[in-house]
Design a binder for this molecule. Structure first.
Ligand SMILES: Cc1cc2nc3c(=O)[nH]c(=O)nc-3n(C[C@H](O)[C@H](O)[C@H](O)COP(=O)(O)OP(=O)(O)OC[C@H]3O[C@@H](n4cnc5c(N)ncnc54)[C@H](O)[C@@H]3O)c2cc1C
Length: 380
């Protein structure tokens, strides 16, 4: 009998896992004991961290795209299609074209989706760099912005890359300073809870940098609506902020089909945070943003989780107990300007302790972004 592993989602987690399995299960694939299918709803793999640099004119959106069939090992069946339904009882997926695909093991790696419509006026009045088109449009605005008030508002958590909003305001501050425009540009950062970042250690590190750089901070600011005519952002707490350019980090959700399949709320899959097995179905794993583990929605997390699930699946296929576990490992480079960055590494037990920013770490982040394409192939 041939076991069929289906990976749903060809982003960071899905691509790394597909290549991991091609390598790890080489003999079983060769002997037809196992088959691995990767399903993605588009032909390209998208590397989102590139979008942070697009509004500043430092990178092109196309730098974050490569065809999946160039990235994924030939031993993997690549299927470009959209899954519209998951039936965990019959272990079957339905596709947009009404065909179906059965699985013995399913790994959900469907990532995050943006929900700007949850905030009235945000889609019309706000800009973002959390989508390819958003980053491109924001670039048009930012490159011609020479004076006025930029407001970056983090609207709800969890969101992808918890550090990216801090990075944006640190980079904007430095970018306008270097161009002699900072005195004419006011920058405000809002965050929904009582500190500037979800993680207290990162918040404690970032806040003095924001104060030193004259970045205004509004905490306990839960954006409720945007008035695109008046250029006004209003919070549930009743505070109004007038802006000239609004950069909103939109509310995030997982994908609807997760909730429809009873696997978790808001599209996030309920999993055991160590084994990454779904709580509400057998033979289903989740990795990356969609796995509700408490770890950040970050590519590094998706990458490490892919390795754990790869090892667990290989054990299962070989009839051995699966012992690999995910311990919350997260790595993150944090840009603190246009040419300096910090770095954090943490897990479920050990909190982050950001290292002093340096130019060397900034170059390490840029080098990592280039070498990502080797990582996704499973070569690093
Ligand atoms: C601006 C920005 C900067 C970032 N910077 C960093 C950083 O510096 N470091 C870091 O670690 N992380 C960073 N991230 C976060 C990182 O990009 C995500 O956490 C990571 O992509 C999550 O990987 P994933 O595999 O879970 O999901 P994704 O990479 O989003 O992949 C999900 C895939 O599933 C597909 N899919 C979804 N539904 C279906 C369906 N029904 N049928 C078929 N296919 C489907 C999607 O099309 C997509 O290809 C950043 C994100 C942003 C937006």
């Amino acid at each position: 009998m041939t076991d069929h592993i289906v990976i749903l989602g060809g982003g960071t987690g899905g691509a790394v896992l597909a290549n991991d399995l091609a390598d790890r299960l080489d003999a079983e694939l060769e002997a037809d004991e196992v088959r691995v299918t990767l399903v993605n709803d588009g032909p390209d793999h998208v590397y989102k961290p590139v979008w942070l640099y697009v509004p500043f004119g430092e990178r092109e959106p196309a730098d974050g795209r490569r065809p999946l069939d160039e990235l994924v090992d030939d031993r993997i069946d690549l299927r470009i299609d959209r899954v519209t339904d998951i039936d965990t009882d019959s272990q079957r997926l339905r596709m947009r074209d009404k065909t179906s695909l059965s699985y013995d093991y399913l790994v959900l790696a469907t990532g995050s989706t943006l929900a700007p419509d949850e905030i009235p006026g945000l889609a019309e009045g706000g800009h973002d760099y959390y989508s390819e088109s958003g980053a491109e449009t924001l670039r048009e605005e930012l490159l011609s912005f020479t004076e006025g008030h930029i407001v970056l508002s983090v609207i709800g958590t969890p969101h992808m890359c918890p550090a990216a909003p801090l990075e944006f305001v640190f980079m904007a501050d430095d970018w306008f300073r270097k161009r002699g425009l900072r005195e004419d540009v006011e920058i405000t950062y809002t965050y929904p809870i009582q500190r500037v970042h979800g993680n207290p250690h990162i918040a404690e590190w970032a806040r003095p940098i924001m104060d030193d750089r004259d970045i205004n901070v509004e905490t306990f600011f839960n954006a409720e609506s945007v008035d695109p005519e008046a250029n006004r952002l209003t919070s549930m707490e009743g505070t109004d902020i007038d802006y000239d350019l609004l950069v909103g980090i939109p509310p995030h959700r997982g994908v609807d089909l997760v909730e429809e399949a009873g696997l978790g709320d808001s599209g996030w899959v309920e999993v055991d945070q160590h084994t990454l097995e779904a709580e509400n179905a057998d033979n289903v794993y989740a990795i990356g943003d969609t796995a509700d583990t408490g770890a950040p929605n970050a590519g590094s997390v998706a990458h490490y989780q892919a390795g754990v699930v790869g090892r667990r699946l290989a054990s299962d296929i070989r009839g051995r107990p699966a012992t690999a576990t995910y311990e919350g490992k997260t790595l993150c480079f944090v840009e603190t300007g246009m040419d300096s960055a910090s770095f954090v590494e943490f897990d479920y037990e050990n909190p982050p302790s950001p290292v002093p920013p340096s130019e060397k770490i900034h170059w390490a982040k840029l080098a990592y972004n280039e070498s990502y394409w080797l990582t996704a192939r499973g070569l690093l």
